[in-house]
Write a protein that binds this ligand. Structure first.
Ligand SMILES: [Zn+2]
Length: 343
């Protein structure tokens, strides 16, 4: 999401060309490199009349390791023309530069509903073509030095993206994966790292399909299991089920004992989440439990271990939990992901 999202500015090291510790010498695996994947047509910044960046964009001397998919949360317009696509790119750049105070567009690339692919932040295209460095964006705090950000025009909470957009996104992801040696399983959504609805429930649910289709284009098919990688359930008002119950126990474990572990996301739960987010200085204080708040909750220090065990029991099939074996963050994610998918 590009608009009402992050309020805190990303830390940008303007003008510096940074040399990563690994010196950018990691080779893409032969499997990805061998696919024959053509770049989709991409309109560069000059092509859509971008303003120059206010400072030199930071270019890192290493390859990015994942792709983060966003939706712009703007209207699902019917104008599929190139002109409409360029207008969106300009609107976003103006917002990011004039309102956010960023040096340039936040995302590396933008795809319109008509399927036009545009360069976002300057130099993203030139650097992608070379395939050995990365332009730092401002689309997902904490991930900007290691993830290519792609904004997809529209709002995909309930509706799926149109076919033209989807086809170009798939082609673009395949090209980025090939250029950088990124595994298709590393195509993820904004909500995997932040407490945000982005890229929308409907779009997010299609990411396993995107990974599968991109892997097919690269000639390296994925198993269904690999394509469905574990993800933090995104909890919000009116969410219900074992993941909510687990969150409520974890909130109780860190001192919000007025929260009742009912398995329904009620007002008291939302208020506790906001207070917890405030105390932990998360990027958003919005009451959603997503990719930023979950990892904090499951790894909180000084948590009441009885409540933590109850949280674990709520998401463990059969409820068989040994207190001596509390899981690490990745295992919590796997358990919560599985619990949220059980009927
Ligand atoms: Zn986003």
């Amino acid at each position: 999401m590009w608009g009402p999202g992050p309020s805190r500015r990303s830390v940008l090291l303007g003008g510096l060309v940074l040399t990563g510790a690994a010196g950018g010498l990691v080779r893409p695996s032969q499997a990805w490199a061998s696919g024959s994947v053509a770049a989709p047509p991409i309109i560069d910044c000059a092509g859509w009349g971008a303003r120059p960046p206010t400072r030199a964009v930071p270019v890192w001397n290493h390859r990015p390791v994942r792709i983060i998919v966003h939706h712009t949360a703007t209207a699902n317009v019917g104008d599929l023309s190139r002109g409409a696509a360029e207008a969106v790119a300009r609107l976003i750049q103006n917002f990011h530069v004039d309102r956010r105070g960023w040096i340039d567009t936040g995302q590396n690339f933008t795809i319109s509903r008509g399927g036009h692919v545009l360069e976002g932040r300057h130099r993203s295209l030139e650097v992608l073509r070379a395939g050995d460095r990365h332009v730092e964006g401002a689309h997902c705090t904490g991930q900007n030095v290691s993830a290519v950000g792609i904004e997809n025009e529209g709002t995909y909470t309930a509706l799926a993206p149109p076919e033209r957009l989807w086809d170009r996104l798939r082609a673009m992801c395949a090209y980025v994966c090939r250029q950088y040696g990124i595994a298709p399983t590393e195509i993820v959504g904004h909500r995997d790292f932040k407490d945000t609805l982005c890229p929308g429930d409907a779009f997010y649910a299609m990411l396993p399909r995107l990974r599968t289709e991109v892997a097919d284009l690269l000639g390296t098919p994925l198993s269904d299991r690999a394509a469905r990688r574990a993800s933090w359930p995104l909890l919000r008002p009116d969410s219900a089920g074992p993941a909510v119950e687990a969150a409520q126990h974890l909130l109780r474990a860190v001192g919000f004992v007025d929260v009742e572990a009912t398995g329904r996301f009620d007002e008291r739960t939302g208020a506790a989440v906001r207070r917890y987010q405030q105390a932990n200085r998360t990027e958003e204080v919005n009451g959603l439990v997503g990719g930023e708040t979950w990892p904090l909750l499951v790894s909180a220090h000084d948590a009441d271990q009885q409540e933590v065990a109850l949280a674990l029991r709520a998401i463990t099939p059969g409820g068989a939990v040994r207190a001596s074996a509390l899981p690490g963050v990745d295992e919590w994610k796997r358990l919560l992901s599985a619990a949220a998918q059980r009927p």
